[in-house]
Design a binder for this molecule. Structure first.
Ligand SMILES: Nc1ncnc2c1ncn2[C@@H]1O[C@H](COP(=O)(O)OP(=O)(O)O)[C@@H](O)[C@H]1O
Ligand SMILES: [Mg+2]
Length: 296
């Protein structure tokens, strides 16, 4: 046991092995302990099932989301990532026939309690979508839109500047604040949407594949921004890009589609852990197959 005995990453590289090596996935460098210290639970899914009409899209998901962390939801297409994300700010209320069973607690409060105002929920828990979707208005008015509706009484110029600075966009747009929000690059538009979400002072930001329409450089810019934002916000990101989850997320939840014998399909949460555990030593073989690319 003198060679590599203490080295947990020593790998069997027997010549002639037909098993392809697992793709190298760089995992975010944050100690487990550090990750664990950060997180008070801010959002807590308890036995959440989500339905569209009679179709149960997601079954009995329990998932605590920790404050000031980035939590990634990964898994194959159709496993319910977007559905779960939308349940976190009652966006699914807007879909006809959608309903849930179970609970979503936010700071311990049931978000679906009948006394809870869904508009307020969506102010506190903002959403950034797959495709950047600035309003056909000026950059300034995109950011000022939410605060105006909410009756913001302070200095709007300052709020707009602060929101754009937090979204790492200020320097690029400060000279064209009154130009169209649609006349900037896709990556800038996505950061504008983040600024717009930030302007109403949320404490959680949900992002559904926010980089899927962006080039690699714009993607890295958003990933850096996400890291910066965890000082003030909690982020939940859906991504089909495992490298992205590994790079940015503190914790990762892996979902898959469970197919019953009668052919009924439903999304389930397979495993949820610190990101490094999910990518290096997953406890479920289905997670391992997925993160090593063996998923068929
Ligand atoms: N508005 C909807 N109406 C009916 N079924 C839906 C709707 N949105 C999603 N679904 C179904 O719910 C399941 C989960 O979808 P989704 O949450 O979009 O998965 P993912 O984001 O992981 O690809 C899929 O079978 C999908 O077809
Ligand atoms: Mg989706």
């Amino acid at each position: 046991m003198k060679e590599g005995g203490d080295n947990p990453v020593s790998v069997d590289v027997t010549p002639g092995s037909t098993v392809p090596p697992a793709p190298q996935i760089a995992v975010k460098d944050r100690g487990r302990m550090q990750g664990e210290e950060v997180g008070r639970v801010i959002l807590d899914l308890r036995d959440l099932s989500a339905y569209y009409g009679d179709f149960r899209a997601v079954r009995e998901v329990s998932l605590p989301i920790h404050q000031n962390e980035i939590t990634a939801l990964i898994g194959p297409s159709g496993c319910g990532k977007t559905t779960v994300l939308r349940c976190l700010n009652r966006m699914n209320d807007l879909i006809e026939g959608a309903r849930i069973e179970g609970e979503v607690l936010y700071h311990g409060v049931d978000l679906y309690h009948r006394d809870v105002d869904p508009v307020e929920v969506r102010r506190r828990i903002g959403m950034v979508f797959q495709k950047p979707n600035p309003f056909p208005k000026s950059i300034y008015d995109n950011v000022a839109f939410g605060p105006r509706i909410a009756g913001f009484k302070g200095k709007m110029d300052d709020l707009v500047e602060e929101s754009l600075r937090k979204a790492a966009l200020w320097d690029e747009v400060k000279d064209k604040l009154h130009g169209s929000g649609l006349a900037i690059s896709g990556g800038q538009q996505q950061r504008l949407c983040i600024a717009r979400a930030i302007a109403v002072e949320p404490d959680v930001i949900l992002m559904d594949e926010p980089c899927s329409s962006l080039d690699p450089i714009a993607t890295l810019r958003i990933e850096e921004l996400m890291q910066e934002l965890t000082t003030d916000y909690t982020i939940v990101i859906v991504t089909h890009n495992m490298q992205q989850a590994a790079r940015v997320a503190d914790r990762t939840a892996f979902f898959t589609v469970d197919v019953r014998q009668d052919g009924q399909r439903t999304g389930i949460l397979v495993e949820y852990d610190q990101t490094d555990m999910i990518f290096t030593t997953p406890s479920d073989p289905r997670t391992e197959d997925y993160v090593t690319g063996r998923f068929g």
